[in-house]
Design a protein around this ligand. Structure first.
Ligand SMILES: C[S@@+](CC[C@H](N)C(=O)[O-])C[C@H]1O[C@@H](n2cnc3c(N)ncnc32)[C@H](O)[C@@H]1O
Length: 254
């Protein structure tokens, strides 16, 4: 084989490999094999998820009761995964959180989990618009003996956050969890960034939105994707995006 033939074959080989890699990249972008799931939404059937829960989940008995009650509700897919909630509670402990806000409460599984771990003088401002959903959780908050730590505000969350800012509470929050209507995510993020202190944490749920962020079409997905694209360039924070639950971004205010 002449040197010329070898180099022609090498060049052809490089082109084919390049074509495969480019095709693979684009196909890979469309078809993710990454597994993301909440333990209560199909995930519990996975033996590895069962192992993970068995070897890490420590659920207060009343929290477990609230989870079981929430599973009877037809919108239970909205509940935060218990393993994700425990992770966020641990993060809140790491930053010695005393003042927390949750934007989107539903039946208050995560609200209760946070309240249980806050010190006696701690508070969680719980923002929701639904008396019905939060009404499911309230008796459990009381049973667990932490209802006095939960400041439930039933009105659009943007209004509650604006009220807090108007009351001079900027830079006083240690941890804020964003988990309400997706089209308001940027409004929640900007207000949360004003409300948390330096070193405080903003956790943002559903940032992978069942994988649909790969091909954003509807308003919710477009809004999540837009915020994700903004956050990666935002020099006001450091961040991690985790494949936990439906995707969780942890942003730390610099
Ligand atoms: C995904 S659920 C929250 C789940 C909750 N974080 C948990 O730990 O289980 C979303 C909640 O946001 C609430 N919500 C929707 N739009 C809202 C708004 N504009 N202001 C406040 N809450 C809103 C809904 O009523 C619902 O309870």
């Amino acid at each position: 084989m002449s040197l010329q033939t070898i180099s022609r074959e090498a060049i052809a080989g490089c082109f084919s490999l390049g074509a495969v890699l480019v095709a693979g990249f684009y196909l890979g972008r469309r078809k993710s094999t990454m597994s993301i799931s909440k333990s209560h939404c199909g995930g519990q059937a996975d033996p590895l998820m069962q192992y993970l829960l068995k070897h890490s989940l420590r659920e207060h008995p009343v929290l477990k009761k609230l989870r079981e009650r929430t599973m009877e509700d037809r919108w239970n897919i909205m509940m935060v995964a218990c393993e994700q909630s425990q992770f966020m509670v641990n993060l809140a402990k790491l930053v010695k959180a005393k003042k927390v806000a949750e934007i989107g409460v539903y039946t208050g599984y995560n609200t209760l989990n946070m309240a249980l771990s806050l010190p006696d003088d701690g508070v969680i401002v719980a923002c929701d618009i639904s008396e019905e959903y939060t009404g499911i959780g309230k008796p459990f908050w009381k049973e667990a003996g932490v209802e006095q730590k939960i400041d439930l505000r039933l009105q659009p969350a943007v209004k509650t956050l604006d009220d807090l800012l108007a009351a001079g509470e900027a830079e006083t929050f240690d941890f804020i969890f964003i988990d309400a209507d997706k089209t308001n995510y940027d409004n929640y993020y900007e207000r949360s960034l004003q409300l948390v202190r330096k070193g405080g944490v903003i956790a943002i749920d559903n940032v992978l939105w069942g994988g649909s962020v790969l091909d954003p079409k509807d308003d919710d997905t477009i809004s999540i994707d837009k915020l994700n694209k903004k956050l990666v360039r935002d020099t006001r924070i450091s961040l991690s995006m985790l494949p936990v639950g439906d995707g969780l971004t942890i942003a730390i205010k610099l």
